[in-house]
Design a protein around this ligand. Sequence first.
Ligand SMILES: *[C@@H]1O[C@H](CO)[C@@H](O)[C@H](O)[C@H]1NC(C)=O
Ligand SMILES: *[C@@H]1O[C@H](CO)[C@@H](O)[C@H](O)[C@H]1NC(C)=O
Ligand SMILES: *[C@@H]1O[C@H](CO)[C@@H](O)[C@H](O)[C@H]1NC(C)=O
Ligand SMILES: *[C@@H]1O[C@H](CO)[C@@H](O)[C@H](O)[C@H]1NC(C)=O
Ligand SMILES: *[C@@H]1O[C@H](CO)[C@@H](O)[C@H](O)[C@H]1NC(C)=O
Length: 410
Amino acid sequence: MAELRGFVMAVAAAVLVAVVSLAPGAAEAKTTIEPCSGSDSCQALLGYTLYADMKVSEVAALFAADPAALLAANALDFGDPGAAHRILPMGLFVRVPTRCSCADGVRKSVSVRYAARPEDTLATVADVVFAGLASADQIRNENGLASTDPDAPLDAGQKLVIPLPCVCFNSSDNNLPAMYLSYVVQVGDTVPAIAASYETTVTDVMNVNAMGSPVAAPGDILAIPLPACASAFPKSASDHGLIVANGTYALTAGNCVQCSCGPGSLNMQCPNSNVMLGNVSTHPTGAGCNVSSCNYGGFVNETITTSLSAGLQPRCPGPHQIPALTDPPTTVNHDSTYLPPLSAPGPAEAGGIMPEPGSASSPVQGGSFTLPKVSTANGPAGSVSEAPLMDKPRRILSFFVSCLVFYLQL
Ligand SMILES: *[C@@H]1O[C@H](CO)[C@@H](O)[C@H](O)[C@H]1NC(C)=O
Ligand SMILES: *[C@@H]1O[C@H](CO)[C@@H](O)[C@H](O)[C@H]1NC(C)=O
Ligand SMILES: *[C@@H]1O[C@H](CO)[C@@H](O)[C@H](O)[C@H]1NC(C)=O
Ligand SMILES: *[C@@H]1O[C@H](CO)[C@@H](O)[C@H](O)[C@H]1NC(C)=O
Ligand SMILES: *[C@@H]1O[C@H](CO)[C@@H](O)[C@H](O)[C@H]1NC(C)=O
């Protein structure tokens, strides 16, 4: 690592992009790296090919990612309650969202930890489990392990930090928002084919990866710019810098808010932000019921805020019920013992001073009579024949309204 770092520093002074051999002498696999300074992090994607059938939650756990975020980044249904338990087939290629930090002067993700299983070796962890996203040498260096045979078995349970490649390049490419995918070149891949499959040009791929020629070897890791939607959240927002690749989703605000990008215009849309608002999920445990819910947190400063709560309750709440909704009634049942709506007193129903038609039926506010007109075309208002049928409460109410109007006119 030290020699790599020294080299990176030297290169960083001259150019922003450096391509270095991370396994000198060995397979010469190249990884595009981005020098950085400071402690800011950014969002990137890892291209991962499943080495076995795996649950969504297992893939997510491997990369310390959230299962819903993983599904969202691949435009797979993340709202389905059972989605995290879906089994993904061996060989499937997925984009794994990752937080790209700045460590040892280069962009990389170091938040992934892996506990070795019996019979794991550095080589199998690197090449099989992580599908070439890290090399055995990189894992050895990152964990300060003695130089050993990459095929020697690791101690079962041994905890390893897996350094994963990522670049952000200011989340832009040719001055347009972009999200970078770290792609492990496969046997049979060519740079033109890779560029075509990501709807970009060979020149663009060569520029991003500082390549002298359009040639890549299996195992090399290329940074592929994906067109994306950028956000403009303030620095104070915890999701400042949120970026979403074309055709996919990202979840934010404790998974309460979902933002999408494309496929038409590349403007970030968060219109279904409240789809998950109000969702409650329950997990019965031995100690009680683990209830997590996405709550509406109020309209703060022109902004819908959300909050996520999780905690143990003695019992699981029953299914959530909401009041039934019906269409508004089109007729009024005068035999009802309830008060009819205040909005429809007929002109013939009371003996007091008649307000002007159209301004009559109003809860009186400060002597103003500018409320909407009552249509005489439908409803009981103005229907003379109905007046004698008025029941007692209605007459009392009409009388009261008339008195009020009379009083205000004095
Ligand atoms: C969340 O609520 C939406 C409707 O508001 C529903 O379609 C979705 O299935 C719910 N998701 C979960 C995980 O309960
Ligand atoms: C990063 O991108 C933003 C806009 O996307 C731009 O204003 C800024 O100058 C860029 N910074 C660098 C160092 O390229
Ligand atoms: C975004 O993706 C859609 C397909 O999902 C594609 O048709 C469109 O060209 C893409 N937009 C850009 C700018 O690449
Ligand atoms: C409850 O569930 C949430 C998410 O579903 C989890 O983060 C939390 O650790 C759980 N808490 C307990 C006490 O099980
Ligand atoms: C509301 O937003 C404005 C500008 O976006 C800001 O100046 C103001 O401090 C905010 N107020 C609160 C209470 O956060």
